[in-house]
Design a protein around this ligand. Sequence first.
Ligand code: NAI
Length: 477
Amino acid sequence: MVSSDNSGGDNFRLAVLGAGPGGYPAAFHAAERGLDVTLVDARAQPGGVCLYEGCIPSKAFLHVAKLIREARHASDWGVTFGDPTIDVDALRDWKDGVVRKMTNGLGLLRRQHSVQYQQGYGRIRDAGQLNIESNGEVLPLDFDALIVATGSTPAVPRSLQVESDRVMDSTDALELRDIPQSLLVIGGGYIGLELGTVYAELGTEVTVVEALPEILSGVERDLVRILERSLRTRLSATHVNTSVASLEEVEGGIAAVIVDKDGVERTEVYERVLIATGRRPNSAGLGLERTSAHIDERGFIVTDQQRRTAEPSIFAIGDVAGDPMLAHKATAEASVAVEAILGEPSAFRPLAVPAVIFTDPEIAWCGLTQSDASALDIEATTVSFPWAALGRATASGRNDGLTRLVIEEGSERVLGMQVVGPGAGELIGEGVLAVELGARVADLAESIHAHPTLNESIMESAQVFYGRSPHYLTRRR
Ligand code: NAI
């Protein structure tokens, strides 16, 4: 059982299962606080899906995709480049190098933190012991506390499970074996659009099908519309209200039976298919049933605000412990769990977890939208600043953006922020700070933002609230 005061840490043994952006920060933080920490993961180095086959490699490719796109547009500014010549092996090597640099760096940090590392697959034997399967051996590891940070894996609907090299999940797509002539992306969510646009910029004809009436369901529509305008020029087609009934390997490709909103079926052949229909938590097969911890109907491990399960010695963080499945949420939970283990009154209660879709333009948001606020019976208003009025955006030929603040009536506190535009993911940090610090809209309006920058759009949105944005005419409140 975890005692209420482990701050001395003498020989208090913490095991962390899973070395992704939840697990490795938990291990490092706990070691800094004096606990005896063992980090367990099947891979050779810490990093998890995020570093090996998720956030980081996809951003390496998105960076190249943006470069290609900008080079193409440069002719509008009087500079014409030829069509790109893509050396797939070199591009893949560069991406692999990025991953290697980051994971080796984490390996070094792990040693500097004196965190022990056990490569292998861990299963819970009971509330105080893990069994680690490694090279055909089973090694027992006793713990006083365990943090489960095993992440998630792509969820592929049964009807789409086909044994074929041509059918990829996000991991396969990031291997970039080659650049197919045509690609069907099933799922118009984060992964489908991020990776779909990478392949499109590399020269593949990309078709996206989305089962729901809109892509990026749940994201504010006016933001998505700005992205959609840009996607139209890059993707061959986007079909909403459309699903794929089956996939079958045929000569030269995969035959997909596509069902439109009226139930009409058609068969189309694509060289490759990317399935991006969501992820599921890695909670099965861990041996949690041998403890008092619960798993909910969606497969998430149930925890309290300290990320403690119903088994007092076991904690869970990151994708395996609930939505949103975002790396930075896992990292924030890691601190909470470690502090809870140390007997401190820490709790995971953020006001703003940022989310970023790294398409071009990017979409980012944090805190409440106006409809979230009204669902909570909070009277809120929004103010927006279109990037058509933003000098820096114009100078970069990128007026396809919008910054919006959600403001509580009366208190004038900033409740949320949404941004679409290139670099939206960088801008959202200021929104998170404003929401978490309980900033008033006047704080943003009166803080001097450097000119000419994209983050002036945040100050100017706040000034719109008072009808005194110098670049966007609105009525005074
Ligand atoms: P997602 O939930 O974002 O999107 C999946 C989409 O597939 C949904 O729109 C869904 O309606 C659609 N879909 C499901 N079954 C379908 C079918 N049979 N036919 C057609 N459409 C179908 O899931 P995604 O893109 O796989 O990403 C998983 C999670 O990974 C995300 O929820 C996100 O939390 C995380 N992620 C975050 C990123 C970021 O922070 N930028 C990047 C990539 C992933």
